[in-house]
Design a protein around this ligand. Structure first.
Ligand code: CA
Length: 703
């Protein structure tokens, strides 16, 4: 309607005033072509909402597979596809991009930016995933694990420009999707625990040339200003730090949530946790530590500071505030408000005025939290931090609740129902500070093998679910217990919400009441965000299914009404058999091996603690051979599978100590077989609805 009115006004009054200025002032909130999915979050609002409704709540039961593409890369699968001009673009582990005909699945081109695996080995905090591309004027643009932005011709797959966004000597990586707006590409990076200062930077979308850079945390004051867009606010930020924070970097890496807002011509982004993790260790004596764990708004053109809201001052818990951001126009107390919404790891739903940063409301989405005691509403809803939770100061450790409520998994907002759809986890996790403690090369400042003596608090109703949250009333409208924390959502005008569920299902719920309407086996777990688009007369729904050790393989799956393609059957999981040699190594070797195992390996390779999906090494045949074990751990022969070389961290004799320790663990299993905690196809995603709380499945940290 607005476009029609504008066209009429411009037609009549073109001579009396500058119509181009009016059009510019009335910029649409996103690309208007509703049949496509041209940007990471669908449109500029990142609502992941489509007005398409050929597939709807009445007929979604007839949704079937139209085509699929096998994807051979190994690792984590987090990519939201993008669709423009009948082509679909999807990223894979190691930052590759594939293009297909969106209607037929015909392969069009593939681009491999050739991320040096040995460089990646030193700077990957978490995994080798990529969350997707963006599209700008005939170019597909995305980030690489080694810190580059690459733009290729969307039709031909040939490189248009490439630019480095991080210093090659810094251990920083890109897994997030770039965003575009105002002719610029915006990108952050991960790796705050590698002695880094996070930053957001903007590049000319036509040329790749750097336009501005905004540091999240202040640098070494003896070095003077950065000559960056953040210079004007770094003195203010520095007042919130103490000690010699710059020696460990400070962290704050903006590794996922970014939204370009045309209504305010701003870029709004989430910042990561502080590093090292205990606030007392990085900033002794206190301080809020701006701008970690915050939402920050900048002028899109210049990168100049507009506003910030710090969700977690004096952050202690790897509470990245980098979760997805969504803008929307809501009616609150009878007034139209243009807001930005976020529901991050800390368990709070934030609704904030996008122009001013004034918090409209903030509300806990889980039953209980112990990191804060309330909000200071007179002070723009600054949280009141529970002093007992400052475990770096008390040196007593702390089980923080909630934990990893919502990490990077895409959220969606449906303007028809007025609801925000988010996968939620309700859990707790114990932190014990240890000055200088590392995990691999990462300075965490906690001992990851220790838990606080106090024990975990009882959690009523712990588990995970899909929530339909009303951001106006800040109340849950419905909850799907089949839904999970570790999967993105997408919603449509067909009264539908899509999410991955269970071990490897893709599922549709009714958007207004949560009724489960359709579900199909996807062959591997569905964690990434799904999309929908129309080519010709047909609406399609697309999603990536994949996991580090998916028995059935990783695929791009595309559905339509009446689709009848079937997936090949998933081969049965191989049985777990201990094939370790006899125990070996003296007590000192075993002690060293245990210590190194906990520092470097157990996060991925031990049940109940970590990332999930990686092999349980107690059942590994590699234990039989010191040469084979070293070839993997030191030489990195399984790098392509996501097992990186530890040559920078471990010596060959260290690998042998680890092999001795894991051999002992394996023989413990052989002598008293427990139920395996780790299947080769990865842990099930659906947690039982009963206590105890499920172990976090995204990894101890994630950016
Ligand atoms: Ca983190």
């Amino acid at each position: 309607m607005r476009r029609l009115l504008l066209a009429t006004v411009c037609g009549i009054a073109a001579l009396s005033f500058n119509c181009a200025q009016l059009v510019a002032a009335q910029k649409p909130s996103g690309p208007a072509n509703a049949t496509e999915w041209p940007l990471h979050g669908g449109d500029y609002n990142e609502q992941r909402y489509s007005p398409l409704k050929q597939v709807n709540a009445d007929n979604v039961g007839k949704l079937g597979l139209a085509w699929f593409a096998d994807l051979s890369e190994k690792g984590q699968w987090q990519s939201t596809p993008v669709v423009v001009d009948g082509r679909i673009y999807v990223t894979t582990p190691w930052s590759k991009v594939y293009a297909y005909d969106a209607a037929t699945g015909k392969a069009l081109w593939k681009y491999d930016p050739k991320v040096p695996r040995e460089i990646a080995a030193t700077r990957l905090c978490c995994n080798n995933s990529n969350r997707g591309v963006t599209f700008y004027k005939g170019k597909v643009i995305w980030g690489t694990l080694d810190g580059r932005l690459v733009a290729v011709d969307a039709r031909k797959g040939s490189k248009v420009w490439e630019t480095r966004t991080t210093d090659i000597k810094d251990d920083m990586s890109i897994t997030g999707a770039p965003r575009v707006g105002d002719g610029l590409v915006f990108i952050g990076q991960g790796g705050g625990e590698y002695f880094q200062r996070g930053y957001l930077s903007a590049y000319d979308a036509d040329t790749g040339k750097l336009r501005w850079k905004f540091y999240v945390v202040p640098g070494d004051p003896s070095k003077g200003p950065d000559h960056a867009a953040s210079d004007s606010v770094m003195p203010m930020a520095a007042k919130t730090w103490s000690g010699e924070w710059w020696k460990t970097g400070g962290g704050g890496s903006p590794w996922d949530g970014i939204v370009y807002d045309p209504q305010t011509d701003s870029v709004i982004f989430g910042t990561g946790n502080g590093a090292p993790w205990p606030a007392e260790d990085r900033s002794p004596g206190g301080g809020d530590n701006l701008f970690i764990a915050s939402i920050v708004s900048l002028d899109a053109k210049t990168g100049q500071y507009r506003w910030h809201y710090q969700a977690v001052p004096q952050e202690n818990f790897d509470f990245d505030n980098t979760s997805p951001l969504t803008t929307a126009d809501l009616t609150i107390d009878g007034q139209k408000r243009h807001v930005v919404m976020q529901l991050p790891k800390d368990g709070v739903s934030y609704v904030i005025d996008a122009a001013t940063g004034k918090v409209i409301s903030a509300k806990l989405v889980v039953p209980y939290a112990n990191w804060l005691t309330g909000f200071d509403k007179e002070n723009n809803w600054k949280p009141i931090i529970n002093p007992d939770s400052n475990y770096g100061k008390t040196r007593k450790g702390w089980f923080v609740t909630p934990f990893q409520t919502h990490v990077w998994y895409p959220q969606s907002f449906n303007p028809q129902t007025g609801l925000l759809y988010v996968g939620i986890r309700y859990a707790t996790f114990g932190y014990v500070a240890e000055l200088g403690a590392k995990m691999g090369n990462q300075l965490l400042g906690i001992n990851i093998a220790k838990r606080p003596e106090m024990g975990p608090p009882p959690l009523e109703g712990a588990g995970q679910w899909l929530t339909a949250w009303d951001p106006v009333t800040q109340k849950e409208v419905w909850r799907a217990k089949d839904g999970v924390a570790n999967s993105g959502t997408m919603t449509t005008a067909g009264n539908l919400v899509f999410q991955g569920t269970g071990r490897s299902n893709f599922t549709a719920f009714r958007a207004d009441n949560g009724e489960k309407l359709w579900s199909m086996e996807a062959g591997a777990s569905v964690q990434a965000g799904s999309i929908t688009y129309q080519v010709g007369a047909t609406q399609y729904v697309a999603v990536v299914a994949g996991a580090p050790r998916a028995a059935g393989g990783n695929r791009l799956l595309v559905y339509k009404l009446g689709g009848s393609v079937t997936l090949p059957p998933t081969p049965p999981a191989a049985p777990l058999v201990v094939s370790a040699p006899e125990n070996f190594g003296d007590a000192a070797t075993l002690e060293k091996g245990q210590q190194l195992w906990q520092q470097n390996c157990s996060l991925c390779h031990e049940g109940g603690r970590g990332m999930g999906g990686f092999p349980d090494l107690r059942y590994s045949a590699l234990l039989q051979s010191d040469a084979a074990f070293k070839a993997v751990v030191i030489d990195g022969v399984l790098t392509e599978n996501g097992m990186l070389s530890f040559a920078k961290t471990l010596k060959p004799q260290d690998a042998e100590s680890i092999r001795a320790w894991v051999t002992k663990l394996a023989n413990d299993v052989r002598n008293a077989p427990p139920a395996p905690t780790f299947g080769p196809a990865g842990p099930p995603q659906a947690a039982p609805a009963t206590t105890p709380p499920p172990a976090p499945q995204t990894g101890l940290h994630s950016g």
